[in-house]
Design a protein around this ligand. Structure first.
Ligand code: KG4
Ligand code: ZN
Length: 394
């Protein structure tokens, strides 16, 4: 089957056509076409993502991306005869989102779809106005072309994306799996006894880890998104073997539970910076200490969780999984931990948000495809927890 997948939960607009042969999780996959448009340059000026700005950009770019991806995948043909879009199909959209409705009407009048069996779309978690752009696009295409829609949880996408190491099959991890999801909006530990069952067993009580990186970067005068910038600076301190700064706190390291807290480390960094003039080397040494502190906390919580749940493999997903320091520490941990025997991390390009992972998650839920007549049940769920997948669909 061929799946069209759409991701608009935050500041990346992404569209993929994935061909799947066989059933999840044993299928063979082929990414026929995939494009991603990052809004980072726009959000950089604001120092973060504003939902209304993100929404506006998604609306602008989503139809051009669909055209590109569907035509590259060979799933779209230019119409030979003039047609008019069925009048009632996009009524729901015209009232609220006229520019998107117009763009999709125009798209329909120009192109026929070929061979698309289902449309997967991220319904949450994420920024609600941004999520609605993807959902409304999927619903419109569904009504116009009669293709069902598969609602996708973004975090499940991150889990599956990290298992797509060879770009053709999903790595089959030894269960129980422990998934560590670390991004700009989430820091979660998930116990997975089998495929498709997710139990959230730990999470941040305040800032997400990526958010802490972004805020520390801002304090240091570095651009958004701050994770890669802080990490680059920390690498400078390691390369130059700069002297250590006084240690930063490791919040909740020994709290006995599996929760995290990162706002305290960020505040401690603020006290070291505000009102001081740090040299470049001093700032680099502070970045290194920050990265070491969060890495230590993350590794300890993963070790504790794996011990508690007898986890045999670790899956690391989310944008912060691009951090080499954290990933290296987790790989080392798997070689030393009594139960863990493997660690899967996202392949290049699939750590930060993308739509290949959304296509994989859609394939995992083909039996939950929603027919065009029932599309009203698909809503944006900004706080959609990965734990709710098993409950709602089990
Ligand atoms: O998963 P993602 O693309 O979007 C969300 O769903 O949040 O993650 C983005 C986050 C940002 O906070 C960014 O600073 C962080 O991932 N990030 C990193 C690195 N690359 C991206 N954090 C630390 N080190 C990195 N190399
Ligand atoms: Zn994400």
């Amino acid at each position: 089957m061929k799946l069209l997948a759409i991701e608009t939960s935050c500041d990346e607009t992404a569209v993929t056509v994935l061909e799947a042969t066989g059933n999840f999780p044993d299928a063979t996959y082929r990414v026929l076409s995939s494009e991603l448009y990052s809004q980072i340059d726009i959000h950089r000026d604001f120092g973060g993502v504003f939902p209304s700005v993100a929404k506006r950009e998604h609306v602008k770019i989503i139809t051009p991306l669909l055209e590109k991806v569907l035509s590259d995948a060979g799933c779209m043909q230019k119409r030979e005869a003039d047609v008019n879009a069925p009048a009632a199909a996009l009524d729901f959209l015209h009232e609220r989102e006229a520019p998107l409705a117009d763009a999709l009407t125009h798209f329909y009048e120009q192109y026929e779809l070929a061979d698309v069996d289902a449309i997967g779309v991220t319904v949450g978690p994420g920024l609600e106005p941004a999520l609605w752009v993807g959902i409304n696009t999927a619903r419109s295409l569904s009504r116009l072309y009669g293709v069902p829609v598969i609602p996708v949880n973004h975090m499940e996408g991150h889990v599956l994306g990290s298992l797509f190491e060879d770009g053709n099959t999903l790595t089959h991890p030894a269960f129980p799996v422990l998934a560590l999801l670390i991004s700009g909006g989430h820091t979660e530990l998930i116990h997975m006894p089998t495929w498709g069952t997710y139990e959230k067993v730990g999470q941040t009580r305040d800032d997400a880890i990526g958010e802490a990186f972004d805020k520390v970067a801002r304090l240091m005068g570095l651009p958004y998104p701050g994770g890669p910038e802080v990490s680059r600076l920390a690498a400078v301190a390691r390369a130059k073997t700069l002297p250590a700064v006084a240690p930063l706190p490791r919040p909740m390291l020994d709290s006995g539970d599996l929760d995290f807290s990162f706002s305290g480390i960020k505040t401690a960094v603020r006290y070291r910076i505000e009102g001081q003039t740090l040299s470049h080397d001093e700032q680099a040494a502070l970045a290194r200490e920050f990265e070491d502190a969060v890495t230590e906390v993350v590794a300890k919580k993963v070790a504790d969780a794996a011990t508690r749940f007898n986890s045999r493999s670790l899956i690391v997903g989310g944008g912060v999984a691009a951090n080499q320091q954290i990933v290296a520490a987790l790989h080392t941990l798997t070689t030393q931990h009594p139960t863990l025997c493997a660690c899967a991390t996202p392949p290049a390009g699939l750590a930060t948000d993308n739509s290949v992972m959304i296509a994989l998650a859609a394939h995992a839920h083909t039996e939950h495809a929603v027919a065009p007549a029932a599309l009203d049940t698909i809503m944006a769920r900004n706080r959609y927890s990965i734990s709710d997948i098993s409950e709602n669909r089990g």
